[in-house]
Design a binder for this molecule. Structure first.
Ligand code: ADP
Ligand code: MG
Length: 245
């Protein structure tokens, strides 16, 4: 569903590769957790998959479509929750969701129904008539989640989605991720928090200094009792220094 082949990215004149020769394949029906310390290259990878940044080298495919050849089609398969929500502050929540829904061509009745359903689920109904500027971090996060699901994308990509969510919303979001994957879709999300990844993922990739250093199923990691995910993560990222710091 998502395939990266030898993907690298260097920012501007930097000598350091933010993402270094990364190859990875994510299947249908899978929740993939992308784990790594701050500065490891998670957001850079995600921005390339979502077409916000272009790689310097390598190929990215979404459902068999090469992102470089057919960006509009490839992006139409994706729902994306970014790690910052500093956009569209002057729209009302409802306006924003309608705008996104119309942009993705969701039929009007269906759009209304989905907005109502998701807003109830995330207890955002009362806030939808208000300006986004008045929302808390958690409320903006929930709005972004709803917006990313409104066109029922085959691929759902979330950058540090649980950061700043209240426990109820975090629970709802994890349930939604599971449901989305169980319906045959793909969920790819990043985190620097081991516990979060351990609880919801089918497969995990660990990135450090731009390099993918481990990929395995959670079952395999669990099966080896001598290695917990935490110790694996700490060993792999042992120098402890975030890239660029
Ligand atoms: P993560 O999301 O894992 O914390 P990022 O992908 O944001 O990591 O960053 C990876 C590396 O790229 C870091 O060294 C970071 O400093 C650098 N970087 C990220 N964004 C930019 C940018 N816009 N310009 C220059 N360097 C950047
Ligand atoms: Mg990041």
């Amino acid at each position: 569903m998502i395939k990266l082949t030898n993907v690298s990215k260097t920012y501007g004149k930097s000598q350091v590769k933010a993402v270094d020769n990364l190859s990875l394949e994510i299947k249908d029906g899978e929740i993939f957790g992308f784990l790594g310390p701050n500065g490891a290259g998670k957001s850079t990878t995600i921005k390339m998959i979502t077409g916000i940044l272009s790689p310097n080298e390598g190929v990215i495919e979404v459902d068999g479509i090469n992102l470089a050849d057919n960006p509009t089609l490839a992006k139409s398969y994706i729902g994306f929750v970014p790690d910052n929500h500093e956009t569209y502050e002057t729209l009302k929540g409802m306006e924003y969701l309608n705008f996104i829904g119309v942009m993705y061509g969701v039929e009007a009745n269906l759009l209304k129904q989905r907005i109502t359903e998701y807003a109830e689920m995330f207890q955002l109904t009362d806030a939808l008539p208000n300006m986004i500027a008045s929302y808390s971090h958690g409320m903006k996060q929930k709005l972004m989640v709803i917006a990313a699901l409104i066109h029922e994308p085959k691929v759902w990509i979330l950058d540090e989605p649980l950061t700043g969510l209240d426990p109820q919303s975090a629970y709802q979001l994890k349930q939604l991720m599971r449901k989305h994957a169980d319906n045959g879709n793909t969920v790819f999300f990043s985190s620097h928090v081991i516990d979060v990844v351990e609880k919801v993922c089918d497969r995990i990739g660990i990135i450090n200094h731009g390099k993918l250093v481990a990929v395995d199923t959670l079952d395999n990691i669990r099966a080896d009792e001598s290695v917990s995910l935490e110790s694996l993560f700490l060993t792999i990222t042992a120098d402890g220094t975030p890239v660029g710091e």
